[in-house]
Design a protein around this ligand. Sequence first.
Ligand code: SF4
Length: 285
Amino acid sequence: MIDLKRNCKKEPVKATGLRSRASSSYTPNQKTDFKISRGRFSNFLTCKRCFYLDRVKGLDAPGTPGWTLNETTDLLLKKEFDHCRENHKAHRLFAPNGLRHVVPFDHPEIDNWRDSLHHGLKLRHKNTSIILTGGIDDIWQDTNTQQLIIVDYKSQAKNGRVDKQEYLDDCYHDGYKVQMDFYAYLLSGMGFDVHPTSYFLVCNAKRDEDGFYQTMHFEEYLVPYKWNSNWIEKKVDEMVNLMNQHEIPEPNESCKNCAYSEQYVKEVHLSKREKALIIQGTLFS
Ligand code: SF4
């Protein structure tokens, strides 16, 4: 992935490999509050070294381009559900999925909870300075039990129909389940009664149409997922302990980025040193 650093005028500037804002890094045993988002927690689970270098050492990792098409389906779904929320109407997907007793949850904080950049769900971790955050896509409510239902919108483009069990069993979707478990952990910790079933609203773009003709068609699926947040607290404890230590942890051996960096160092820096040794050798021969 080639990612050029640019200034506010979008001009390429020298990349330093470090973030410029010191406040975005955590100092071990810091007493002032420090936020850790759901995404960073997932990074911790994937690679402790990358998480540590990012959050504690302030390294500025290359980014990925925004998923603007996926974000657009999220944005449009949000508009649909907000319309139902404001007008106290059932959403068109509820009845066909046996959810006549469900409504979009109306709460004064809903917009903040959905704002992953500035707010999100928030929960202090025990008596530490760590505030866990997570921006949800939506929350619905079971009108029979009053429990809150966590919803995450997902967009994809795969051939054929989506099998709900295969969707959940796909190893590439493990992170989605972590996401739900984490949101359920936050929302429960904030004092809400959370329904044991959450939903992925999966929008699958149809790839077998005759042409584009300015329209992309999607099939929609509600994939139920029984969240489990029992494991989260222990992992957050581990994460906080790691943040308070001074040693850089081990990398993830399956990571292609680290393997690439190692090869890069061998090819570029070592070969320069070898060349220098050869030149040095000829001077003294
Ligand atoms: S293994 Fe990958 S994720 Fe971990 S530190 Fe290296 S580049 Fe980062």
